[in-house]
Design a binder for this molecule. Structure first.
Ligand SMILES: Cc1cc2nc3c(=O)[nH]c(=O)nc-3n(C[C@H](O)[C@H](O)[C@H](O)COP(=O)(O)OP(=O)(O)OC[C@H]3O[C@@H](n4cnc5c(N)ncnc54)[C@H](O)[C@@H]3O)c2cc1C
Length: 466
């Protein structure tokens, strides 16, 4: 290691407590791996600050010495943005895990960015409220990671994406400057709303250190149903009926295509409440306050759908445990995808009305590449978001690239988005021009240069900048 670099690292070490600095050779493998099995190179070192001041001092030193930094939360990201690349310092926010305040009357929580989502959900629930963001990675992902990826999840149809839940942010810029934006009110039109720049920008413009988040009343009633439909037009009709009759109580509308559902149900080992012969399985969740009659309304709505022939069969959960069982096949999507490895994975948005046609065309296009190439389809259909996991046969030479090229070319024709909620990171970067114009990409680079002139924060994620 060059003398300048080792003395810069010694300076950084001196800014932290002993547990806050880990030498390259000592970094545990868990910091280098993602859930899809990708394993990164060891970083220059691992730093684990406990507060904003330490983050600021570390970044100021990195800025001064031109040391690139990979920012990491709970490592559940699916596009490799959180994993260090050669020559990067790894900045983990895992020790910044304090819930500073739950203001039940004001409906606000103030947290450090390394708080695990499930921990916050549970503490807020104990205070009689709800933090509505929810996703399968809840036990590991952090609020900082959720904000930086503008995570979506299971309740977007009712509460919006993470952006809608952020009231204020504290952010440290690449040169160590701290932007203090923890203002405890919803409305604040004092010039450019700077926090929006950092929500969903995957750590390339700044490090989110603390957040003020919006809390909601805890719903007194939650109703969950699994439905079977025999055609896509029927799925659309059920969505229309749910929107009409459940209105604001509709919390989730998830759909699983048959091939995905069969594998997931076998893996979940929770039984087959509706058999596995239907082309589509729909999970509907509704929630509301006491006396709103959410359970009865959901039952009536689905009864109507059955009478109209939009649904072939329905199972309504009668307890919390049954609701969890119905959700399980949808929750274990990562594990289900692993059963057809090697794979290429996609997280796309497109108009709901064109989804069925898109999936048919994609299946044909992939089969034309190789007869064994098939795709599992599921997702947050009510939000216009599908997840696809395509099996890439070993026999297909440069298989993953071909499958990606084919899928994105088709998606571009449908004017879809190459990332609905997981972000771009490294692994989707080459696909970004399918969904963004050259002018938009140039504007992203302008923002990056303005806020991080030396390009040290998460370099190469989202866009390359000279
Ligand atoms: C089983 C499973 C289910 C999932 N389901 C969903 C889902 O339904 N909806 C959805 O949107 N996503 C989903 N995801 C992916 C999602 O992006 C993450 O789960 C989560 O939002 C990332 O949080 P994290 O703390 O793990 O971040 P990491 O993986 O550590 O990082 C993700 C990105 O954010 C950056 N980052 C992390 N913390 C900070 C910070 N404090 N400041 C600046 N940048 C930071 C990283 O550099 C990286 O670019 C799922 C993932 C898994 C494994």
């Amino acid at each position: 290691m060059a003398r300048d670099l080792s003395s810069a690292l010694a300076t950084i070490r001196s800014l932290l407590d002993p547990a806050g600095f880990v030498e390259a050779a000592e970094v545990e493998e868990r910091y280098l791996a993602d859930v899809r099995g990708f394993l990164a190179q060891a970083p220059l070192a691992l730093v684990r600050p406990t507060g904003t001041e330490q983050v600021s001092k570390v970044l100021a030193a990195c800025h001064e010495h031109d040391i690139p930094v990979a920012v990491q939360g709970g490592r559940t990201g699916l596009v490799q943005g959180q994993l260090p690349r050669t020559g990067e310092l790894l900045l983990s926010l895992e020790r910044m895990n304090r819930i500073e305040c739950i203001d039940a009357d004001g409906g606000l929580a103030t947290v450090q960015c390394g708080v695990v989502l499930q921990t916050l959900q549970e503490q807020v629930e104990a205070a009689g409220l709800m933090f509505p963001l929810d996703l399968g990675a809840r036990g590991s992902c952090t609020i900082g990671g959720n904000i930086s990826t503008n995570a979506g999840g299971n309740r977007v149809i009712r509460y919006g994406m993470t952006r809608e839940l952020v009231v204020g942010l504290e952010v440290v810029l690449a040169d160590g400057t701290v932007l203090e934006g923890l203002t405890p009110y919803l409305k604040n039109n004092t010039g450019i709303d700077l926090k929006q720049l950092f929500i969903g920008s995957e750590g390339v413009l700044g490090v989110v250190t603390r957040a003020m988040l919006r809390l909601y009343p805890q719903p007194a009633e939650r109703a969950v149903a699994l439905c079977a439909a025999d055609g896509f037009a029927q799925v659309q009709r059920v969505l229309a009926l749910c929107r009409q009759h459940l209105a604001g109580a509709l919390t989730s509308f998830e759909v699983m295509w048959q091939m995905y559902y069969r594998r997931a149900v076998a893996l979940a080992d929770t039984g087959e409440p509706l058999g596995t012969d239907h082309p589509f399985y729909v999970l509907v969740e509704a929630s509301g306050s006491a006396g709103a009659g959410v359970h009865a309304t959901l039952e009536r709505t689905l009864q109507l759908a059955l009478e109209e022939g939009a649904l072939a069969d329905v199972a309504i959960a009668q307890s919390h445990a049954q609701a969890e069982k119905l959700w399980k096949p949808r929750e274990i999507s990562v594990e289900t995808g692993r059963t057809i490895r090697p794979t290429a994975s996609f997280d796309i948005s497109l108009p709901i009305a064109r989804m069925d046609e898109f999936v048919y065309e994609l299946q044909d296009a992939l089969r034309a590449l190789h007869a064994d190439c098939h795709v599992l389809v599921f997702g947050h259909l009510g939000d216009g978001n599908l997840h696809l996991v395509a099996h890439v046969p070993e026999a297909l030479g440069r298989g993953k690239e071909e499958v990606e090229r084919t899928t994105y070319a088709l998606l571009q024709r449908y004017r879809g988005s190459v990332s609905a909620e997981h972000g771009i990171g490294i692994s989707k970067r080459d696909a970004l021009p399918c969904s963004r114009t050259p002018a938009e990409l140039a504007t992203m680079r302008t923002l990056k240069r303005a806020l991080d002139p030396r390009g040290i924060l998460n370099p190469g994620r989202i866009v390359e900048v000279d």
